[in-house]
Write a protein that binds this ligand. Structure first.
Ligand code: HEM
Length: 335
């Protein structure tokens, strides 16, 4: 064999070896369209998931959506759910609690300035309180069971272990789904019952001008609800509609939505839910520890006469005048 022939043979053998060694790598790196070949024996799952923007496969069930394993918006959504929502939600909720603690430390409990009169007036009828507590109780249940979806893996799982966490989460998921119906009923009742008293009036401007009663020793005029309460009402109705609509889209997947619609519904649901929880935390604060005499309104339905004079003077005046016209007893002595 001549030197030239030997050189040609060596080159051929080297090229053959190179092809044998490189073939699986090439197969992994580029399919016919430049994507990794998912069936290549050395394809790593991680690489597959990370490198390609979209992974689809062949399926033999009628639902073609199931053939998409990964798509670009899915990664954005995953980042939102695993990172942005967790951090954003934690900051908003913990931040609100911190602000309320600071408010309490600075303002303390707002007292009834004139002290208790010893006389009671009816503020909310039984059915009005039923509508409020139906909405409030279902809200708390939805909030806790929903937050388990957002934070459970980070907060509850390390405390209780995987088995119990899995049982808790499964139960919480069912409770969340079914409590939604009670919440919607409560929301509709609240809207119907309290709509009229939450329309804007001229007195709301005066209430605002006078610092909403937060300036010491000055009580701002108000009707049945003051401007602050009206804002809580309208924000709650708007947030309630948004979480209900997006929640039902999640509850009945792909009825009128595609995968993008589902992702959007989840983002709206989670963001509005977190803001809604912050709003209601402030509402709970002012209705309990933040203000003397306020809780009784939704507790027993009756408030102290002086509390009513200080916080809802115009409502009280109209109420007493109407009862007077009907010849009914007005304020009753407290038991
Ligand atoms: C009609 C009312 C509601 C319906 C139908 C509903 C339904 C749902 C559904 C189906 C999910 C997804 C569960 C899953 O991923 O498997 C969810 C998640 C969630 N819900 Fe609701 N929900 C409603 C109201 C509320 C309310 C009032 C709150 C807050 C107080 C809330 C807070 C949450 C939270 C925080 C999540 C978890 C979001 C996430 O991390 O992905 N929901 N809801």
């Amino acid at each position: 064999m001549t030197f030239f022939a030997r050189f040609r043979l060596a080159t051929f053998v080297l090229a053959l070896l190179a092809i044998i060694v490189a073939a699986p790598v090439l197969a992994q790196k580029s399919g016919s369209d430049g994507a990794p070949n998912p069936t290549a024996s050395v394809t790593s799952q991680r690489e597959l998931l990370q490198q390609v923007p979209r992974i689809t496969g062949r399926i033999d069930i009628p639902d073609t959506r199931a053939s998409v394993l990964i798509q670009p918006a899915g990664r954005t959504w995953e980042y939102f759910h695993q990172v942005l929502l967790r951090w954003g939600g934690a900051i908003v909720i913990v931040g609100t609690v911190a602000l309320l603690v600071i408010a309490y430390l600075i303002l303390g409990r707002l007292p009834i300035s004139a002290g208790r009169s010893g006389q009671k007036v009816v503020r909310f009828e039984t059915f009005e309180r039923f509508a409020h507590w139906l909405t409030a109780a279902s809200f708390v249940i939805l909030g806790l069971t929903g937050l388990n979806i957002t934070f459970g893996k980070a907060v509850v799982l390390p405390l209780v272990g995987p088995d119990l966490f899995s049982d808790i989460s499964q139960l919480a998921k069912y409770v969340h789904n079914f409590t939604s119906f009670a919440f919607v009923l409560g929301l509709v009742l609240i809207l119907v019952i309290f709509l009229r008293d939450n329309l804007l009036e001229k007195v709301d401007i005066d209430w605002l001008k006078q610092g909403g009663g937060f300036i010491k020793n000055r009580h701002a005029p108000a009707g049945r609800f003051n401007l602050g309460e009206k804002m809580v009402f309208w924000l709650s109705i708007a947030a309630g509609i948004a979480v209900s609509a997006s929640g039902f889209l999640l509850l009945f997947p792909f009825y009128g939505t595609n995968i993008l619609g589902m992702q959007l519904a989840q983002v709206v649901h989670a963001v509005v839910a977190v803001l809604f929880i912050a709003l209601i935390l402030a509402h709970i604060y002012i209705g309990t520890v933040g203000m003397e005499g306020a809780f009784e309104a939704m507790g027993t339905g009756e408030v102290d006469l002086n509390w009513a004079k200080e916080h809802h003077d115009q409502w009280l005046a109209k109420k007493l005048a109407a009862e007077d016209r009907r010849g009914e007893p007005t304020a009753t002595p407290a038991e």
